[in-house]
Design a protein around this ligand. Structure first.
Ligand SMILES: CCCCCCCC/C=C\CCCCCCCC(=O)N[C@@H](COP(=O)(O)O)[C@H](O)/C=C/CCCCCCCCCCCCC
Length: 203
């Protein structure tokens, strides 16, 4: 997963969509190993990945090589709807990736919290705190309630260490903060692209 997020970023600071999606697929594996209660989040994430993969594999796939080329292509071809979400069309790549981009901020804050905590804080509380600071701002009341219930099922920190294959807190800290580092780079480049194109609020 870390490798995919590092591989995302080219020497010209472009983000390769194929590796971006690969990083997300790896994240889903972590989530799936935490139990079926996270199934709906996993399913939601997979739906977004599949939309983008569909564009990447489609007839205009070359235009979806990087996030920047996707934005340019979709803006030039009026694929992005700035006013509402058309109900009978596949959502645009830009709109879909924006949802994942917002979730990446949650992940960055959450992993940073776990990595820098003394090792005995509750994962459910760290997860909820990260969610309240970030992704929750974009979710309806209903989704926020469902998310709160899922957080209660978060495994204890020791079990999370097993999931990321580390033996103790010190080792976890290195792995988690390296992961955060790879995510921050991807997040910042994407954020800048969406900011200059006025696309941070796509419906
Ligand atoms: C050391 C530990 C490693 C931990 C690894 C965790 C891996 C987590 C991976 C993914 C995180 C969640 C991704 C959630 C994507 C949400 C996208 C989204 O916001 N969708 C909403 C908006 O879409 P549209 O309706 O506008 O198309 C959608 O409404 C939301 C649907 C339900 C998802 C609610 C997710 C809220 C929880 C986020 C925290 C996840 C905690 C998981 C913990 C393992």
């Amino acid at each position: 997963m870390v490798q995919s997020f590092y591989d995302c970023v080219t020497n010209d600071n472009e983000i390769l969509l194929v590796h971006y999606l690969e990083g997300w697929r790896e994240l889903i594996k972590f989530m799936d190993s935490m139990g079926s209660v996270f199934g709906f989040i996993s399913h939601e994430t997979m739906t977004k990945i599949n939309i983008l993969q569909g564009y990447l594999d489609g007839e205009n796939g070359k235009s979806y090589k990087t996030i920047k080329s996707m934005i340019n292509y979709e803006l030039e071809n009026q694929v992005v709807n700035f006013k509402y979400l058309p109900s009978k069309q596949v959502p645009s790549g830009c709109r879909t990736l924006l949802r994942m981009h917002r979730a990446l901020k949650w992940l960055e804050v959450f992993l940073y919290k776990v990595g820098t905590s003394p090792g005995h804080d509750k994962t459910s509380e760290m997860c909820a705190e990260a969610y309240h600071k970030t992704l929750s701002h974009y979710h309806s009341w209903f989704i926020r309630q469902v998310a709160e219930v899922a957080f209660l099922a978060m495994p204890p920190v020791e079990d999370m260490y097993k999931i990321v294959c580390v033996k103790d807190h010190e080792e976890a800290k290195v792995v988690l903060l390296t992961t955060v580092d790879s995510i921050v780079k991807v997040y910042n480049i994407t954020q800048e692209l969406y900011t200059i194109n006025n696309m941070l609020d796509l419906p």
